[in-house]
Write a protein that binds this ligand. Structure first.
Ligand code: GTQ
Length: 351
């Protein structure tokens, strides 16, 4: 034999010997690393996640149809899950995150429960529904970002006369990966309301905090970020600053007390792309879910253009370069697992 080179017969013999060895160790739940090493430790992210865009015009009739088939109370949460085409059957929009569109019809209640998963709500359609988080009730309107921190009781209801739809973002796959799931039903469908809309904003929404405040978790104690304020900030930045070549004007939501992420597992952002904006290619290791608040444009990724308009949701997978373009001034909400990756020194970006 000369180095690694073998005769055909020699190769066949080695291959049979190895197979026999693999079979033998397989019986005791052992397996050879060398057969899988390069698919495990890859040169760059090898995500099964694919780019995809859900048009509001497509899903809105289905949400309404779902509304005829089951009540919010019976469903507990009446949600159309946005499942990534590369991850079908896994109830997730990226490898690490969940997304769904939740419908609440006038007069309906989604009963109180709590779970260790954190949730974000981003309001896409309608107004006047509420969510109560640990006894604090907030009314939600289009463009508002609302947090349900881990292990807080929450029930949702709609006292308005129009259907309401919001995007649910949860860290379900992350909590599943860590086998740290817990859930509990509330004692009654609706929690007793101790404080209402406005109180939360007054306590934490003015770069101040009550002197007696003691943090109970890393999640922001401010859990209602009204669109009005976010939009006003973005308009001022648009008028004052140059747009970033990739992302225009982009803000990240923070815990106002610590300055850290609003939710420890999910980074949340809002950005404005000026009319006519043509972004440069951008890539990062955090697969990102975008929801369109206003405007029209496209996300070009993998040689394809995902044309977006109001209330559409689209996803950009890890490390795939993409560009954002706006034909009209556009406002995009987004979320990703960036806080987790940064906490573990894993996050990278390139542009
Ligand atoms: O509103 O509590 O889309 O528990 C998925 C799981 C929403 C919620 C979802 C949930 C909720």
């Amino acid at each position: 034999m000369n180095g690694d080179r073998m005769t055909d017969a020699g190769e066949q013999r080695v291959s049979l010997e190895r197979k026999a060895f693999y079979n033998k160790i397989d019986a005791a739940n052992c397996t050879p690393l060398w057969e899988v090493l390069h698919s495990l430790v890859t040169v760059k992210p090898n995500t099964p996640c694919l780019p995809y865009l859900w048009k509001w015009a497509t899903v809105w009739p289905w949400l309404q149809e779902g509304g005829q088939l089951i009540t919010a109370r019976e469903a507990e949460r009446r949600v159309l899950v946005l499942e990534n085409p590369g991850l079908r059957g896994q109830t997730r929009v990226t490898h690490s995150l969940y997304a769904g569109l939740q419908l609440i019809l006038p007069g309906e209640v989604a009963p109180a429960h709590r779970h260790s998963q954190s949730a974000l709500r981003f309001i896409l359609h309608g107004g006047g529904a509420y969510t109560t988080v640990d006894g604090e009730k907030v009314t939600m309107n289009v463009g508002d970002f609302v947090i349900t921190p881990s292990w807080t009781f929450h029930d949702h209801g709609n006292l308005s006369d129009e259907p309401m739809v919001w995007l649910d973002g949860l860290d379900l796959p992350i909590v599943e990966l860590l086998d740290a799931q817990f859930r509990e039903d509330g004692a009654s469908d609706m929690q007793k309301v101790e404080r209402s809309s406005g109180t939360n904003l007054a306590r934490f929404g003015n770069t101040m905090k009550p002197v007696e405040y003691k943090a109970r978790s890393r999640t922001s104690p401010l859990f209602w970020y009204p669109y009005e304020r976010t939009r006003e900030a973005l308009e001022t930045l648009r008028d004052q600053d140059d747009a970033h070549v990739c992302w225009g004007h982009k803000l990240q939501y923070t815990n106002p007390v610590t300055g850290d992420w609003a939710i420890p597992t999910m980074g949340t952002f809002m950005q404005m792309l000026p009319s006519g904006f043509r972004g440069k290619p951008y890539q990062s290791t955090d697969s990102t879910v975008y929801a369109v608040v206003e405007g029209r444009g496209r996300c070009v990724i993998n040689g394809q253009a995902m044309e977006f308009g109001p209330k559409d949701v689209f996803v950009c997978p890890s490390w795939m370069p993409y560009t954002l373009e706006a034909d009209e001034q556009s406002v995009l909400f987004s979320y990703s697992d960036r806080p987790v990756q940064q906490a573990l020194d894993l996050w990278r970006e390139k542009f």
